[in-house]
Design a protein around this ligand. Structure first.
Ligand code: FE2
Ligand code: FE2
Length: 139
C-alpha cells in the first residue's frame, strides 16, 4: 500500500475496515466447515485465511513500518513510544500467524487451539487499528 493512502485517515481507516471484515468473514467460513466436518474444505479455508492475514494485514503492517511510521517519527518524534507500541501489536500478529503455521506443520488438523489463535488475531487487529487511528491521526 502506498504512502499517501496511509497518511489520510479516511483511506487508512477504509483499509483497516476492509481487512478486518474480510478476516471475520473468512474465519466464520472456516468455523462453519469445521462444524460440518468437511475436512477438505477446512484445509482449503484455513490455508486461504492464513494467506489472507499475510497478504492483507501483515503486509499492511510491513508497509507502515517501512514508510508511514518512519515519516510520522520524523515529523513528530514525541510519538516514538506510541510507534514502538503499535509495532509490538504488529509483532503479536506476526507471532500468531507463525504459531498457527507451525501448529499446522506438526499436524494439519484445524484444532480449537488454532481457531482460538485466529480469533486472537481478529481481536489484536481490531484494537491495534483503533489505537493506530487514535494515536497517529488525532494528536
Ligand atoms: Fe498498523
Ligand atoms: Fe494501519
Amino acid at each position: 500500500m502506498s504512502g499517501p493512502a496511509l497518511r489520510q485517515l479516511h483511506s487508512h481507516k477504509a483499509i483497516h475496515e476492509g481487512g478486518l471484515s474480510g478476516a471475520i468473514m473468512k474465519t466464520d467460513e472456516l468455523i462453519e466447515y469445521v462444524e460440518q466436518g468437511e475436512t477438505e474444505m477446512v484445509q482449503q479455508a484455513c490455508d486461504h485465511l492464513l494467506d489472507y492475514w499475510k497478504t492483507r494485514v501483515i503486509s499492511h503492517a510491513d508497509a507502515e513500518e517501512e514508510g508511514f511510521y518512519k515519516q510520522v517519527m520524523e515529523e513528530k518524534p514525541e510519538l516514538e513510544r506510541d510507534i514502538i507500541q503499535l509495532t509490538r501489536d504488529h509483532n503479536l500478529m506476526r507471532i500468531l500467524v507463525a504459531d498457527i503455521e507451525s501448529l499446522r506443520e506438526e499436524d494439519p488438523t484445524v484444532t480449537p487451539e488454532i481457531l482460538q489463535k485466529f480469533n486472537g488475531l481478529i481481536v489484536v487487529n481490531e484494537l491495534h487499528s483503533r489505537e493506530e487511528e487514535r494515536l497517529l491521526f488525532h494528536s
